[in-house]
Every structure is written in C-alpha cells, then in structure tokens.
Write a protein that binds this ligand. Structure first.
Ligand SMILES: C[S@@+](CC[C@H](N)C(=O)[O-])C[C@H]1O[C@@H](n2cnc3c(N)ncnc32)[C@H](O)[C@@H]1O
Length: 343
C-alpha cells in the first residue's frame, strides 16, 4: 500500500528533510497541498512498509497519489550496449554539484568509463563535466579524483538557498548530513558562535544566512578550503557575521566568548574538546559534538569524553541529546551530542 502523512504546512520542510535523511520519503511521488477546515496541510508520501506511525503522525492511505514522470535510469540508457555482467556494476547514484557530476565507477568498468561519463552528461544537459571519485583521505578530507569529461573543475553548488563555491578536484562536499545542516541553519540567532571545522562553510554559511547570529568565528586549517570559505562568505554577503580564522582549531579557537560551538568533524574530534570548552562564555552555551563511534559505545563514549574534559577544566555538563546522523561504516555510527556547558 502507498502511504503518506499529513503534516501542518509550517512543519512541511523540516518533516520532508527528516524523512529524506532517514530514507523514509517516497521520492517517486509528489508532495500535495491540502486546504482543510483545520488549516493548510501537506500530504508527504512515505515509502511502503514504514509502519503505522512516524513520530506523532499516522501513516494513511492517500486518496490520489501523484507520481513524478519516470526518468530513464543510467542502466536503461546503457542496456543495448553493455553486457548483463557490466550492467550489474553500473552505478545507481552520483553527486550533482553545481554543473559537475561526481561518480564512482567500479574498477571492473574502467574500460567503459568514457561511455558512462558521456551517458551521464546526456542525462543532465545543464552539466558540463564528469569526474570519477576514488574516495576521500586524510585530515583535510582531500578527494582522490580524475576528470572524465570537461576542463572546468570549479563550480557553485546551491543548497538551502546558499551558494557554495569549490573546486571538486581539491575538496569534498558532504551532501549528506542534510538534516543536521538544516538544523544548524535554524540555530544561533543573535548569538556568538564558533564553527571549529568550518570547511568551505557548510554549517557557517546557512547559519549566517538564515539564523543571523551576532558573529560566527569559522576556523579552517586547509588553505584551499579556507580560500573558498572566504569566497563563500563574500558570495553569500555575510561578511558582517562571519569572521574566518585560518589555522589549527587547537591553537586559534577564541576563548571565553561563545554561546554555541560546532565541532563538525569526525575521527579525532575528542582531541579538540579542550579548545572547544574553553571557547564558551562563563554563563555557558551549547556544544554540538560530532564523533564516529562503534554502535555499542554510541550511548556512552561521546558523552563521557565531553564530561571528562569538562571536569578537568572545572566546568559542568548537561547532556541535552545524542542523535545518530548516519551509519559511517559497518558497525560504526556518526553521532552528534548536544550538551549544555556551564561553570
Ligand atoms: C569534513 S569537513 C567538515 C565540514 C562540514 N562541517 C561538513 O559537515 O561537511 C572538516 C574540515 O575540518 C578541517 N580541519 C581538520 N582538522 C582541523 C583542525 N585541526 N583545525 C581546523 N580545521 C581542521 C578540514 O580541513 C575540513 O575542511
């Protein structure tokens, strides 16, 4: 059975993003507006077999489901040319960043990569280039990539009404974490915020554009990311809000001024907790601490690390929430802990 939930229109975008992030949204059907006696509602399509409730919303059977026109998949475009074995390996997903397509073509299809790139470009007439992705590595999250078609590797990606310029050969762009990025864009109004691992401004820019904090100190160590962070501040006209700081956040994080600190980095985030906690005002503030953690330890370890650092600095902690962002690797979760830090 096709399912849907009815959501008050003002909660529509937040709910849609939540469902998308949790992979519950049925993207083959359209969202419909319903004018009822109780107000305006949105009927949001959800996938089959999601149960009878999502949060406080009941899953109902929609009266008239509306479907998007089916676009041909990459596989079906290549059906007449590739063998069954090759077709089975054809990627079913890719990233569209501005005018560029980033795709991970498996090694076994290397002899077909030019054809796959050309076909993808036919499917996206507005795009001008295709880049093969081999993954990201190191502290700077530097991508390993190869140009398949095109010459221009700098592009501007639009997300949440913000512009993000980057060179896809030099920098990664995390298209995931959309729910977290939206959540951050609603927080921080009127506050002083420190974004410790700012990248090209993934959290700082939407927060500055939409929530308009008093100041955001955005720290970035990689000179290439930092240059684009500066450019994106100008492109989004938030020079009056964002102060970009180049350097290692263990050393350059300002002290004693923050109402909110974002630690949007995983791997060794705990090593920077001392700098993060020292950034808060005496009156306290909210920490958003990201960590990748084995599933079994997810409820305890991130919170314990924050408490241990706070204790050593003579600060107090109240854990507000621990949320799973996504599965990071088999058995490992990417989580974010919100904590109130005070003296
Ligand atoms: C994965 S990006 C995170 C960007 C963004 N928050 C997101 O969710 O996509 C992490 C950024 O932290 C930067 N970084 C890593 N270690 C750092 C440090 N010690 N000080 C400042 N920036 C650092 C990296 O260069 C990278 O641009």
């Amino acid at each position: 059975m096709y399912g849907a939930i009815h959501v008050p229109s003002e909660k529509g975008e937040a709910t849609r993003t939540y469902l998308l992030e949790k992979e519950l949204l049925d993207e083959t059907r359209k969202i419909q507006k319903l004018n009822t006696e109780k107000g305006v509602f949105l009927e949001i399509p959800v996938k089959k077999n999601v149960g009878t409730k999502i949060g406080s919303f009941s899953v109902i059977k929609p009266e008239k489901p509306l479907f998007f026109k089916k676009t041909k998949s990459l596989k079906s475009h290549l059906k007449a040319i590739l063998s069954e074995e090759e077709l089975a390996l054809v990627p079913s997903g890719w990233q569209v960043l501005g005018e560029l397509l980033i795709v991970n073509i498996p090694e076994a299809l290397t002899h077909r990569k030019a054809l796959i790139a050309k076909t993808l470009l036919l499917m996206y007439p507005k795009c001008t280039g295709v880049v093969q992705d081999f993954g990201i590595e190191g502290q700077f999250r530097r991508p390993k990539r190869e140009i398949l078609i095109g010459t221009k590797t700098e592009t501007i990606n639009k997300e949440q009404g913000c512009l993000f310029k980057l060179d896809v050969m030099k920098l990664m762009y995390s298209k995931g974490n959309l729910f977290e990025k939206k959540r951050m864009s609603r927080l921080g109004g009127g506050e002083v915020v420190v974004d410790m691992f700012a990248g090209i401004g993934y959290f700082s820019i939407p927060m500055a554009v939409h929530a308009r904090p008093q100041k955001i100190y955005s720290i970035e160590l990689n000179p290439e990311s930092f240059a684009y962070l500066q450019e994106n501040i100008r492109l989004n006209r938030v020079e009056d809000i964002i102060v970009p700081l180049k350097g290692d956040c263990a050393k350059v994080t300002p002290k004693g001024l923050a109402d909110r600190v974002i630690m949007g980095y995983v791997g060794s985030t705990h090593n920077y907790l001392e700098a993060a906690l020292k950034a808060f005002k005496k009156s306290g503030g909210v920490l958003h601490y990201h960590e990748t953690v084995p599933e079994k330890l997810a409820k305890r370890r991130p919170a314990a690390r924050i408490k241990k650092t706070a204790k050593a600095l003579g600060k107090k902690v109240e854990i507000l929430e621990c949320r799973r962002i996504k599965k990071y690797s088999p058995g490992v979760l990417h989580v974010v802990v919100d904590a109130w830090i005070f003296e």
